[in-house]
Design a protein around this ligand. Sequence first.
Ligand SMILES: C[C@H]1O[C@H](OP(=O)(O)OP(=O)(O)OC[C@H]2O[C@@H](n3cnc4c(=O)[nH]c(N)nc43)[C@H](O)[C@@H]2O)[C@@H](O)[C@@H](O)C1=O
Length: 329
Amino acid sequence: MNYAGRKVLVTGAGGFIGSHLTEALVREGASVTAMVRYNSSGDRGMLAQLAPEMRAEIKIVSGTVDDSDFVMSAVAGHDIVFHLAALIAIPYSYLAPRSYVRTNVEGTLNVLEAARRLGTSRVVHTSTSEVYGTALRTPIDEDHPLQGQSPYSASKIGADKIAESYHRSFGVPVTTVRPFNTYGPRQSNRAFIPTIISQALSRDTIMLGALDPERDMTFVTDTAAGFLRAGLAEGVEGETCNLGCGETHSIGWFAERILALMGVDKPIRVDSARIRPAASEVKKLISDNSRAKARLGWEPTTSLDDGLNATIDYLRENIESYRSDEYGV
Ligand SMILES: C[C@H]1O[C@H](OP(=O)(O)OP(=O)(O)OC[C@H]2O[C@@H](n3cnc4c(=O)[nH]c(N)nc43)[C@H](O)[C@@H]2O)[C@@H](O)[C@@H](O)C1=O
């Protein structure tokens, strides 16, 4: 891949996947502008954890995708836009659905409208496996029906459809990547894998919600590699590609596996407050990634045990910054 000399904007660069993508783009020689949500304390999100020499290579702009004028000024002067900024927590979308529509649907509209007016040569839009809802058939390919099982999922379906329409109506060169669940260093405790590891490091008992949902987990550097390919692949405008491994396990299975890799033996208990409404919970996800292989030349390369061990090592070193009250559902 040749990103040398490319002017690239990453929205949501302070987030988990965004920070890894930003780092990978710098390594590939791109000139990267990282757009992070404005924060009066000067917080750069996960970018703060990058090495100082890496941070020095990144231009940071602070603002929100909700603000169309700001987005227009941020997109100007860039060849490729990776659009990752979004509200992502499913349980919080039950509490504040309108904010998900504003950020995820209108925010995406703002990015696409800016790309349309400015003639940006490629937009990579971030979807999610949540748009499929509980698998009606497996493995899940890109033609699987879309089911809005949570306001979060519905907002991402809306965003995907806006992206599709901007390609069809105005020829905006947008490629949509649809990551299945992603894990690895720098992920917040909101997600289940850091929740399990940080509890194993700091508590006597592992407290989780539903243990039976199944997830297809991709290590974050593999997910970022899929984005890199989508930014440069030829002839993929208007297409959507799953980024997943094609292997699924239950949450309970992951908890047992992580405890075994950590060499600890602690009981796993169910906390009913962490269980999502039954009709909203996505019970099974497993990806068919053949389109990403064929169209993007992408394939995940990190084994599950290697990825889990890297995540465990990261959390062992950073457990102090993972506050115990942050366990998410
Ligand atoms: C691809 C997709 O990935 C993420 O969505 P998610 O799949 O909901 O991820 P999660 O790690 O929150 O939950 C995975 C599963 O694990 C179950 N679970 C059990 N016990 C706990 C628990 O204690 N905490 C959490 N968080 N989950 C738990 C939970 O009920 C669910 O079945 C988002 O980033 C989203 O933005 C996105 O796009």
